[in-house]
Design a protein around this ligand. Structure first.
Ligand SMILES: *[C@@H]1O[C@H](CO)[C@@H](O)[C@H](O)[C@H]1NC(C)=O
Ligand SMILES: *[C@@H]1O[C@H](CO)[C@@H](O)[C@H](O)[C@H]1NC(C)=O
Ligand SMILES: *[C@@H]1O[C@H](CO)[C@@H](O)[C@H](O)[C@H]1NC(C)=O
Length: 203
C-alpha cells in the first residue's frame, strides 16, 4: 500500500492586490475527483472583509451570473469553507487533455482559468476574482529563468506524485487516515496544472 502525505494544492496568484485574498481549492474528502467539492478560502491577512464570496461557473467580471454557492459572515483573517459545488467532469482546454489528438495546444502566458471562479463582493460591487487555473507553460514564459540558479526558484511540487486517488479505500486507522491521500490528479494533469517537481515513491 502506498502511504503518502496530504498535499495542499493551491494555485494562488491574486489578479489584483486585494485587501482580502480569496482562492479555490478542491477537497480531498471524496472518493473521486468528480465527486469532490470546491472549498472557498480567504486569507492570509484578509482584513477588509467582503460582504460575501461566491462560486461561479463563468467569469463574473465579464458576465454576471448567479453564484452557484455563496458564503457570508467572513469574520477573521483566514479560513476555509467547504461548498456544496462539485468539481464534476474536469476537462482541460482542447489539446491539453492526455487523450486529445495531436493538435498543438494553445500556450497561455498567464495560465488559463478552468470554469471554476470565486469572487468577493460588497453588495453588488465586485472586489476580487480568482479561478482554478492551469499553467502548463509557466516556466518558458518567465523571462530570465534560464539564468536563475535552482535555489532561487520556487518550484511547485507534489509528494508521492504517482500515488493519486482513483478510488480511495477508506482506512480505519486513525493514525493513517489523514495521510493516505496524495492528490486526485494523475501525473499528466499535475504537469498541466504547473507542477514541476515530482516525487515518485517506488514500492
Ligand atoms: C464593504 O462595505 C463596508 C460598508 O460600506 C465597508 O466598511 C467595507 O470596508 C467594505 N469592504 C470592502 C472590502 O471594500
Ligand atoms: C462568523 O461568526 C459567526 C458568529 O460567531 C458565525 O455564526 C459564522 O458562521 C461565522 N462565519 C463563518 C464564515 O464561519
Ligand atoms: C476563521 O473562520 C473559519 C470559518 O469559520 C475557520 O475555519 C477558521 O479556522 C478561522 N480562522 C482563524 C484564523 O481563526
Amino acid at each position: 500500500m502506498y502511504l503518502s502525505f496530504l498535499l495542499i494544492f493551491c494555485y494562488y496568484l491574486p489578479l489584483l492586490i486585494s485587501a482580502c485574498p480569496i482562492y479555490l481549492t478542491i477537497s480531498l474528502d471524496s472518493k473521486t475527483l468528480q465527486d469532490a467539492y470546491l472549498e472557498i478560502n480567504w486569507g492570509p491577512e484578509c482584513h477588509d472583509h467582503p460582504e460575501w464570496i461566491g462560486i461561479f461557473s463563468e467569469d463574473p467580471s465579464t458576465t454576471y451570473f448567479h453564484p452557484e454557492a455563496r458564503i457570508t459572515n467572513i469574520n477573521n483573517s483566514s479560513g476555509k469553507v467547504l461548498s456544496n459545488v462539485k468539481v464534476g467532469k474536469l476537462r482541460f482546454p482542447h489539446g491539453w487533455n492526455s487523450n486529445d489528438d495531436n493538435t498543438v495546444p494553445i500556450e497561455y502566458p498567464k495560465g488559463k482559468c478552468l470554469p471554476y471562479y470565486v469572487a468577493s463582493f460588497n453588495g453588488s460591487e465586485l472586489l476580487t476574482v480568482e479561478c482554478l487555473k492551469i499553467q502548463p507553460n509557466w516556466m518558458s514564459k518567465l523571462e530570465h529563468i534560464a539564468q536563475m540558479p535552482l535555489k532561487d526558484l520556487f518550484i511547485p511540487g507534489t509528494h508521492a506524485s504517482g500515488a493519486y486517488v482513483n478510488n480511495l479505500v477508506k482506512t480505519k486507522s486513525v493514525l493513517v487516515k489523514d495521510y493516505v491521500v496524495a492528490q486526485q490528479f494523475d501525473v499528466w494533469s499535475q504537469l498541466v496544472f504547473g507542477v514541476r517537481y515530482l516525487d515518485f515513491s517506488i514500492g
